[in-house]
Each structure stands twice: as C-alpha cells, then as structure tokens.
Design a protein around this ligand. Structure first.
Ligand SMILES: [Zn+2]
Length: 167
C-alpha cells in the first residue's frame, strides 16, 4: 500500500467531506445518484469538485470519482502522489481502479458501502505486490455519515427501492 509521512488533519478531513456532501446534494437536485467527490492537495487546497452524472449524461460510468478525476486530470498528471480524493460513499471497483491509475495518494470516504463498495477488496486482494494503492480513511465523521446515509436512503426510496443498505 502507498504510504508516506504526509498526513491530513481532522479539520481537513471534516471540511473535505463537507464539500463532497455539498456536491452530493447538488447531484440530488439533478435527480441523479446523490454522491459527491472532491480532490485536494495535502494542504487542503481544492483542485476539483464534482458529483455523479449517471442520469444527466446517461453514462453508467459517470460516477462522482470519475467525474472529479477528469476535472483534475492535468493536476493529477503533473503532481503524482500529491492529492487526496474525498467521496461521500466508499468507491466501487471501477473507481478504485481509476484512483490507482490516477496516482492519488489517499482516499477519504464518508460512508462504507456494503453493497457496491470495493475498497477493501482492492486493497486486500488486488495484486499484493502493487505499491500504488492509496491510503484510506473510512467513515471518520459520524455526523456527516448520518447525513450521507439519509441522502442515499431518500434517493433509493424515491426510485422504489427499500433495501436496508443505508439505514
Ligand atoms: Zn464508482
């Protein structure tokens, strides 16, 4: 797993997740999956912000993490292992792959996703000799986690699902 001496403060974590949550709320207004993501440097400067665009773009791959990586593309190419990606929900398999391919150092997510989340699988099972895997921080803030769960629950109920994933 990728690891170095750089760390981010609790304050950075809280404000990064808050910005991701605001993106998730913006996604909800566009009637798409209420998931948001941002990329910052290690000083907390915001490089890019985005949210899920699956419904507006009719693109099943337009997850928040993919959208924000595309917006931050030039920065990520020029600043390898200099960035932190915050997302409201644990990344899926596709997004974990994109995060590794983008040389992002650290991923912070607000809520674990026991249905579609693949971070644990990628970090534990994918190519054990791969040293480019990011460090992760999962569900660090219970207040933000509750808000994210509520958004997801409303979204799932609104489209007729009543699974208990976000309770
Ligand atoms: Zn994804």
């Amino acid at each position: 797993m990728y690891s170095d001496t750089r760390r981010i403060s609790d304050k950075q974590i809280a404000s990064g997740l808050q910005l991701a949550l605001e993106q998730a709320k913006a996604a909800k207004k566009q009637n798409t999956y209420p998931i948001g993501a941002i990329i910052t440097d290690f000083d907390g400067n915001v490089i890019a912000q985005a949210h899920n665009m699956v419904v507006p773009k009719q693109d099943p791959t337009a997850h928040a993490e993919i959208e924000v990586i595309r917006k931050a593309g030039k920065y990520l190419r020029e600043n390898k292992y200099q960035s932190v990606l915050y997302t409201t929900i644990e990344p899926c398999l596709m997004c974990m792959g994109a995060i590794i391919a983008s040389d992002i150092s650290m991923v912070v997510w607000g809520v674990n996703d026991r249905y579609g989340g693949a971070a644990e699988f990628v970090l534990n099972e994918y190519k054990k000799e791969n040293t480019r895997k990011p460090d992760v921080i999962s569900e660090p803030d219970s207040d933000i986690a509750m808000e994210i769960r509520e958004l997801m629950r409303e979204w799932e109920q609104g489209r007729g699902y009543s699974d208990e994933n976000w309770v």
